[in-house]
Write a protein that binds this ligand. Structure first.
Ligand code: G4P
Ligand code: MG
Length: 186
C-alpha cells in the first residue's frame, strides 16, 4: 500500500455523499440552493442532487496555477452573474471535494457572503486534520465532512488515467485498513 496516498473510487464518493446527505437532512438544514466549487466539487454536487433535489450553481475557483504552483491567493476562474439575485436570503449548501488548507473554501465563502444569503453550510467529502491556513468566517455554523483524514494526498477517481487500476488500489488499501479493524464505508 502507498502510505502517502489515499485512493477514493467513484463508488466510495457516492457512498460518502449519501451518508453526508443523511447527516444534512437529520441536522434539519434544508438548503434552497447548492453551490459547487469547481472543479472538485462538481461531481459530489451532482450526486447530492440525487438525495436533496436543489438547483446547483457552479463557481470555479483555483488556488493553483497551470504550473501547479500556488498563486498568492485563490482566484475566480468562473463566477455566475445570476448568483447575486439567487443567493439573497437563501440557505446555501456549499460543496467542495476537500477541506485542505481551507484557503479556497474561506475565499469562496467570503465572496458568497457579499450576496447576503441567510446561511451558508459547508459540505466536503474529505477534511484533512491539520492546521488550516485560514479559518472559516464566524457566519459558518454548519460543517459536514464525509471522512476526516490525516494530511495525506487523496487520489480522486476523476483524476485517474486507468480507472480500473485506481479502483483496484482503493480495494487493496481498504483490505489493509480492514485488517487493522478500520471499516471506512458501510
Ligand atoms: P481548500 O480551501 O478546499 O482547503 O483548498 P486549498 O486551497 O487548500 O486547495 C488547493 C487545491 O488543492 C484545490 O484544487 C484542492 O482541490 C487541491 N487539493 C488539496 N488537497 C488535495 C488532495 O489531497 N488531493 C487532490 N487530488 N487535490 C487536493 P483546486 O485548485 O480547487 O482545483 P480542482 O482540482 O478542484 O479543480
Ligand atoms: Mg477543489
Amino acid at each position: 500500500m502507498d502510505d502517502n496516498k489515499f485512493y477514493v473510487s467513484y463508488n466510495s464518493v457516492h457512498k460518502l455523499v449519501k451518508k453526508l446527505s443523511k447527516e444534512l437532512i437529520e441536522s434539519g438544514y434544508d438548503p434552497d440552493v447548492i453551490v459547487a466549487i469547481g472543479s472538485g466539487g462538481y461531481i459530489p454536487a451532482r450526486i447530492i442532487k440525487t438525495f436533496i433535489n436543489r438547483p446547483i450553481y457552479a463557481v470555479g475557483i483555483s488556488y493553483y496555477g497551470i504550473d501547479k504552483k500556488h498563486k498568492d491567493h485563490p482566484t475566480k476562474i468562473q463566477w455566475i452573474d445570476e448568483v447575486q439575485s439567487q443567493l439573497v436570503g437563501k440557505k446555501v449548501l456549499l460543496i467542495d471535494e476537500v477541506d485542505d488548507t481551507r484557503a479556497t473554501l474561506a475565499y469562496c465563502i467570503g465572496e458568497l457572503l457579499k450576496y447576503k444569503p441567510e446561511e451558508i453550510a459547508v459540505l466536503v467529502l474529505h477534511n484533512k486534520n491539520k492546521e488550516k491556513d485560514v479559518e472559516f468566517p464566524v457566519e459558518i455554523k454548519r460543517y459536514f465532512a464525509g471522512l476526516n483524514l490525516d494530511d495525506v494526498w487523496i487520489k480522486y477517481p476523476w483524476d485517474a488515467d486507468d480507472i480500473d487500476s485506481h479502483t483496484e488500489k482503493e480495494n487493496l488499501m481498504l483490505d489493509h485498513l480492514k485488517k487493522e479493524g478500520k471499516e471506512l464505508y458501510q
